[in-house]
Design a protein around this ligand. Structure first.
Ligand code: J2J
Length: 566
């Protein structure tokens, strides 16, 4: 049984995955104890000065699970989890699994807009926060949201910010611990947690991940990466990112008895020091971080020789950058193409060097089904040609949470997920990402849905219409470029004013436009939609004409996107 609002796999497909031994009836909540039985005194987690053995991790998870139950957390409850790379993230996530609750992974950079939406959409009864982190008062946000959202009953705070005596809304996380309880097991085919979609729509979607599907993903990827008890994985990117959490990441490494080292952030200063000190063997980064590391590697005296594999994914990796990894960092490059929705492709250790540099490798599971289709007709394209990538398989979702209308568009009738990515397949079956159909900017590794930013821009006084497009950038891959139509007020709001307005509306900083340009009108396609191809080309080339040849009569509608409800 799956939580209401989720789309299960068809019964016969599920039965096939079980018969094939892909889904093994694993309850993620039971894993820390099983790992402790197998690897008890080995080091599971390292963060700052803290080092936790597997036995200690399992004890903490058991105690916290009982603590959450005492605080009123019940099986099926959704809890928004927003913590940085600290051991508490891992403890809380597994404790919530253990208690049958379903964490909703939020980024620490999320602000009022995103967190409110996640709480509302999931109907969260709890919100776990760091307190004050990087200058932002998450506890204060939690308190505010709880007054607006009746379902939100508890805010659990890691550093004690905002905690007052006798208050049962804001609870110190420290207090969430109790003598272990015998807790019921989870149904392995039920949702274990929710990941956030990179998004194409104005508001982010939730991706249900089941116990069985995620256990399968992490086990498969860990085996492909050759992980064993000697593995030391550095979580350089945020742990809540699917790449870091389970590709093989934190969960895959712990499943194999390895050690997970949590880096506070992906800067080379922190990461190089940790690679040397902990003899890290594997880590995963986005191309922007890889580029910074390559620059620093020329100057550092840190010993990086333990690093065997650097996984790079999340955004397009330029072949020139790819070609520098092995010569300059002394480790193997593994390209990873992935998505929180499921499908993962990766290069393999025995791939020829050309394929490693120029392709994103093969799907990680033999049961992954991949189709490349003509986006307008849906028909398969001839072999080798680019088209939209569709996929279904044992760890790819069948539907977003509580989103029936969107699901009707995002999936084919036979359950293939339309990724919105343009890709081709080599004759050997390796994936090459060619571009994107979806209206998303990938800035560094961050995904920004154009529609979401547009909706906030048109809500700013003085802005009549907005269209957001990616513009190529040497360091970040892409930046956020907004074309705006003013309301005739002089002067129209400039970038700093717009940024402040968007921040004031509670939008996360990474979604703020890098540049804005006012134009007389927006170009339209023959079907009357805003022509983003024309705008992307114009953003990349300031010398290009801004006279789109759109006649007055068929100008873009004044509000390019609906204003989101607050
Ligand atoms: C080009 N675009 C890529 C790549 C993802 C592992 C790795 C990445 C993610 C991730 C992940 C790309 N080249 N190598 O969850 O487990 C773009 C595509 C894709 C979108 C998904 C993982 N790797 N992308 O990035 O859910 O457009 O997952 O559809 O954040 O990132 O974004 P996200």
């Amino acid at each position: 049984m799956m939580l209401e609002g989720c789309t299960p796999w068809p019964a016969e497909t599920a039965a096939r995955y079980r018969r094939a031994g892909l889904w093994r009836g694993t309850d993620l909540g039971s894993l820390p104890r099983a790992w402790a039985d197998a690897y008890g005194s080995a080091t599971a987690l390292v963060a700052g000065r803290e080092r936790l053995t597997y036995a200690e991790l399992a004890d903490r998870v058991d105690r916290r699970a009982a603590g959450f139950v005492r605080e009123g957390v019940r099986p099926g409850d959704r809890i928004v989890l927003q913590l940085p790379n600290v051991p508490e993230f891992v403890e809380v996530a597994f404790a919530l699994f253990r208690a049958g609750a379903k964490p909703v992974f939020s980024l620490t950079s999320h602000r009022a807009q995103e967190v409110r939406h996640l709480c509302e959409l999931s109907g969260a009864s709890g919100y776990v926060v760091p307190g004050r982190f990087r200058g932002f008062d998450h506890a204060g946000l939690g308190r505010r949201l709880a007054t607006e959202l009746p379902a939100l009953r508890r805010v659990f705070v890691m550093d004690g910010t905002g905690v007052t005596d006798g208050d049962d809304l804001v609870v110190p996380l420290e207090r969430v611990t109790a003598d272990p309880l015998p807790l019921p097991a989870n149904d392995p085919s039920d949702v274990a947690f929710f990941l956030l979609s990179g998004g194409t729509t104005a508001l982010p979607k939730l991706i249900p991940r089941t116990h069985d599907d995620y256990a399968y993903q992490t086990r498969t990827v860990a085996a492909l990466a050759g992980l064993g008890p000697g593995a030391v994985y550095l979580a350089a990117l945020p742990v809540e990112f699917n790449f870091t959490w389970g590709c093989p990441g934190v969960v895959g490494t712990l499943s194999c008895g390895g050690t997970v080292v949590l880096a506070p952030d992906p800067t080379s200063d922190d990461c190089f020091r940790l690679i040397e000190a902990e003899r890290v063997t594997l880590t995963s980064v986005v191309p922007t971080v890889a580029r910074l590391w390559l620059e620093e590697a020329q100057w550092t005296d840190a010993d990086l020789s333990s690093l065997r594999v650097l996984q790079i994914g999340g955004a397009r990796l330029e072949p020139e950058l790819a070609a520098r990894i092995t010569p300059e960092l002394g480790c193997r490059l593994q390209q990873v193409f992935g998505m929180a929705e499921g499908l993962l492709t990766m290069s393999r250790p025995d791939d020829d060097p050309h394929s490693v540099l120029h392709t994103q490798g093969q799907p990680v599971s033999d049961a992954d089904e991949v189709r490349i289709v003509d986006p307008s007709t849906g028909a398969p394209v001839p072999a080798g040609q680019a088209g939209e990538l569709l996929t279904r398989g044992p760890y790819t979702l069948r539907g977003y949470y509580r989103a029936p209308e969107h699901n009707a568009r995002a999936f084919t009738e036979d359950g293939f997920y339309r990724t919105g990515d343009l890709a081709s397949l080599t004759p050997e079956g390796r994936l090459v990402v060619e571009g994107r159909l979806k209206d998303v900017v990938i800035r560094g590794g961050d995904k920004i849905a154009a529609g979401e930013v547009e909706a906030h821009l048109v809500a700013v006084p003085g802005v009549a219409a907005a269209a957001v497009v990616p513009v190529p950038d040497e360091f970040l891959g892409e930046r956020i470029y907004a074309f705006l139509v003013g309301r005739g007020e002089e002067p129209p709001p400039e970038l700093s004013v717009l940024k402040a307005a968007l921040q004031g509306r509670g939008l996360a900083d990474f979604k703020l436009p890098d540049r804005v340009e006012y134009v007389a009108d927006l170009p339209l396609t023959p079907l009357g939609k805003i022509d983003k191809k024309v705008l992307s080309a114009a953003a990349a080339d300031p010398a290009r004409s801004r006279d789109w040849g759109t006649s007055r009569a068929d100008r873009a509608p004044v509000a390019a996107a609906p204003t989101p409800t607050r």
